[in-house]
Design a protein around this ligand. Structure first.
Ligand code: PEP
Ligand code: MG
Length: 317
């Protein structure tokens, strides 16, 4: 099986009834990007840019960030690259960015809220990303904001991108959002008018939908992204996006989960961003499925009551 997977790793992931899924990689650095190219990635679906900011005493400069993003974009040889802006706060503190102690850090200043409240950090990062686009005119560089929960946040963050794009005269970029807060999934049709694409962060979306901390020692096992409540939000997201001709990816852990993949395809997800080692296996799995069967499976799953019922259905138990 493993050998078969590798033989077809560079072919597209097309279901047996002709529906193509885009299969891209979740990466943290240049090394992951290079590795993903050897395993059949069709681009980068999520660069977690946090790695550049962690384990150091000062924030990386614009030039340093440019060098890193540029290397990653180049390593993808013309394939699209989604760079997520800094997603810290909550459980990911930074020593050189002192934050007041919060009673509920997961509901506090994290993700894009930090970028909006500290515009110089966002502006520096956005300029570095746009310069990487400018340096690779044949590549499409996609900027993605984490933890968007309101339209106002999206507009504020987009304002920074468009001001810098104008200043730098760059056009080969798009702006999308993570869908990882229920408000954004519920209002996806309205967000779709103002974002070029969506990528569902099912890890956080599940934690915020079920109101269970994804790292909780006792409760985290219940944070299952194929819970019917989450599937309903994914369906809403896909419908809202497609109404305005936008596409939807999934970059949370369920994209690499073979029991979840048929459900995601059936709900209308267009792109799966998966861990680098699982690229060939996810492609092989998609090829064994039919869109029609995935759609009827997903419709059944939406009416179930529990995550374990969905898992039983998907595995044919
Ligand atoms: C997610 O929340 O699903 C996601 C992909 O982002 P992270 O895991 O980095 O929070
Ligand atoms: Mg997240």
């Amino acid at each position: 099986q493993a050998q078969l997977d590798l033989a077809a790793k560079d072919e597209h992931a097309v279901t047996n009834d002709g529906h193509t899924m885009e299969i891209v990689a979740n990466i943290g650095n240049l090394e992951d990007s290079k590795k993903s190219m050897t395993l059949g990635a069709e681009g980068v679906g999520l660069l977690r840019s946090e790695f550049l900011f962690l384990d150091r005493n000062t924030a990386p400069s614009e030039d340093e960030q440019f060098t890193t993003y540029n290397g990653i974009v180049q390593s993808q040889q013309g394939q699209p690259v989604i760079i997520r802006t800094l997603d810290v706060g909550g459980d990911k503190p930074l020593d050189y960015m002192p934050m007041p102690t919060e009673e509920n850090p997961f509901l506090g200043e994290r993700g894009i809220r930090i970028g909006i409240n500290r515009p110089s950090i966002l502006k520096t990062q956005v300029r570095a990303i746009l310069r990487a686009a400018q340096h690779n005119p044949k590549s499409l560089v996609r900027i993605m904001f984490p933890m968007i929960s309101t339209i106002e946040e999206l507009r504020a963050a987009k304002g920074v991108v468009h001001a810098e794009a104008k200043a730098l005269n760059v056009t080969n970029f798009e702006v999308g959002i993570m869908v990882e807060v229920p408000s954004t999934a519920v209002m996806a049709d309205l967000f779709a008018k103002e974002a070029d694409f969506f990528s569902i962060g099912s890890n956080d979306l599940t934690q915020y939908t079920l109101a269970i901390d994804r790292g909780h020692p006792k409760l985290a096992a219940q944070v299952d992204g194929i819970h019917p409540s989450v599937l309903r939000l994914i369906e809403l997201t896909c419908k809202g996006a497609h109404k305005y001709g936008k596409w939807v990816g999934v970059c949370g852990g369920i994209a690499s989960d073979t029991q979840a993949v048929p459900l995601l395809i059936g709900l209308g997800v267009d792109e799966l961003s998966v861990s680098v080692p699982s690229l060939p296996a996810i492609k092989a799995h998609v090829r064994e499925l039919s869109l029609k069967d995935c759609q009827s499976l997903a419709q059944k799953a939406l009416d179930l009551e529990t995550a374990s019922q969905v898992r039983a259905l998907s595995s044919g138990r």
